[in-house]
Design a protein. Sequence first.
Length: 257
Amino acid sequence: MLTLITLEFLKLLGSRSARLALIVCFVLPLLWAFAPRLEVLMKVAVVSGWQIPAISIGIAVQFLIPLFIAVTVAEMIGTEVSQGTLAPLLLRPVERTTVIASKLIVALSYPVLLVAVTVIGSLLAGIPRGFGEFTGGTGMGPGLFVGVGSLTSNAALAEVLRGSLLAAIMLMPIAALALLFGVLLLNTAAAALATFAALNLMRLLVVFPDTIQRVLLTSHLNLYAQQTDITQPLILLIIYTVGFGLMAVFAFDRRDV
């Protein structure tokens, strides 16, 4: 199992889409941090380097990172099918469940990697603004960017780490969904398109009552900045992740590849 996970992770990092996504996630915060109209567009005064991660995640998580996840995770199945490497793998004395489970574990780690690279790029971009004590908020804590007074470096770091972890968790269901579509469609483009279409369809359901919106995956893509009780949305996102993951395992076990 560990060998398969390592192999899948190496294949992930070796794919062009994953490398491109990691480069973009690292570079974009550097561009945003020095954009002359950033404060006008964000309607917030950026006074500390600790605020850049929230800005970067807030912009990228709505469209860019989900797109990267949908394409790259879909490739984990689609590319192997198109290259003819998946069928020979399944002929070896390795259970199908083990194969798809290793892919699922790596797929769920991909959002963590993207968020981590985004935060690292953001912190590098924030160096000119400094990381000392400041008046305001990180965008991931009480009062968001306005804050509730003076914020120490340690407190700011804790807020950034908390927000980054929540951002990774809230993106995991997208990775699991992309893997599920990859198994069902056996085609990278179709699976990525289906994943992104499903997310956009959920966003369009904003016209429905709050009772429906509360159970939609896309209604919780701001979890990283929420300061109210996050227990319910966190449980919902975990249910989505586990549900999509189990469906992917079940479908792969019965899919003719």
